[in-house]
Design a protein around this ligand. Structure first.
Ligand SMILES: [Cu+2]
Length: 262
């Protein structure tokens, strides 16, 4: 499946190709990607890009202004929705937040998008998307779940990792471990270096255990996205007025560094 080089601005266009090749749809992820994974005094400000994209194929989709975008730090909640600036991300409409922290801490950024209507799946999609950033060397509080409707709680510290590390996380839905949840994994091929041998290589899949815990080894440096999808216990009126299912995504992004030579 050769997607690279094609101009496919809409998810539907990309997915028609996916659907033609498989009975499932690969690879759209809510994305909250900072320009640097760890913030020090020297590398402020950090630009945080919000999008809804196909990260391995670097195909953007238009993201409506999110329903909410906030950070939590030590339990303090700060609404950032009003600070988002429209931005082009992977050639599509996304948003940018300029993060200029002055205090150390572990900052959890969360985007809740508007429900995205996906006609090919006949349902809405809401990816609760989380990225955890360490500022000025702080390491406290990275394990804390935030009480989102669905989220991945990191059990590997989500910063200060190397390529080849195994990420372990726990899928929580309504705060409860999601037994045997399926987790999709995708590499953000930002520099467009790689191509997938087959469609299933674009988005890899691992199943959590009875405690909702899963492990996946990340062989490349860069950003890795984990998404566990479940159906909400409510419906939303579709464009034609009928009640439509809502797919809730628990999405987490983590960064793997390369070893650096001295
Ligand atoms: Cu898509």
């Amino acid at each position: 499946m050769k997607l690279k080089g094609l101009v496919l601005p809409m998810c539907a266009a990309a997915m028609l190709i996916c659907v033609a090749n498989a009975d499932r749809v690969y690879g759209h992820f809510g994305m909250v990607i900072p320009s640097t994974p760890v913030v020090s005094e020297q590398n402020r400000p950090v630009e945080i890009a919000l999008s809804f994209s196909h990260p391995f194929e670097t195909i953007g989709m238009d993201l409506a202004k999110p329903k909410s975008f906030f950070l939590t730090r030590d339990g303090d909640h700060t609404d950032l929705l009003g600070d988002l600036q429209p931005a082009s991300v992977m050639g599509s409409n996304g948003f940018n937040y300029r993060f200029t922290p002055s205090r150390p801490g572990v900052y959890h950024f969360v985007m809740e998008p508007q429900p995205y209507w996906e006609p090919l799946e006949d349902r809405f999609i809401i990816h609760y998307t989380k990225t955890v950033i360490s500022v000025f060397g702080s390491e406290d509080g990275w394990q804390q779940p935030l009480g989102l409707p669905a989220e991945i709680r990191p059990l590997l510290r989500p910063f200060g990792n190397y390529q080849g590390n195994s990420f372990t996380g726990q899928v929580l839905v309504d705060g409860q471990p999601a037994a045997h949840a399926e987790v999709e994994v995708e590499y953000y091929d930002k520099e467009q270096r790689y191509q997938a041998p087959t469609g299933p290589h674009i988005t890899q899949v691992v199943v959590a255990n009875d405690k909702g815990i899963f492990t996946f080894t990340c062989p490349l440096s860069g950003w890795w996205g984990f998404a566990s999808l479940s159906l909400a216990d409510y419906t939303i009126k579709g464009p034609q007025g009928g009640d439509k299912e809502v797919e809730i995504g628990a999405v987490l992004w983590i960064y793997m560094d390369e070893y650096q030579r001295r």
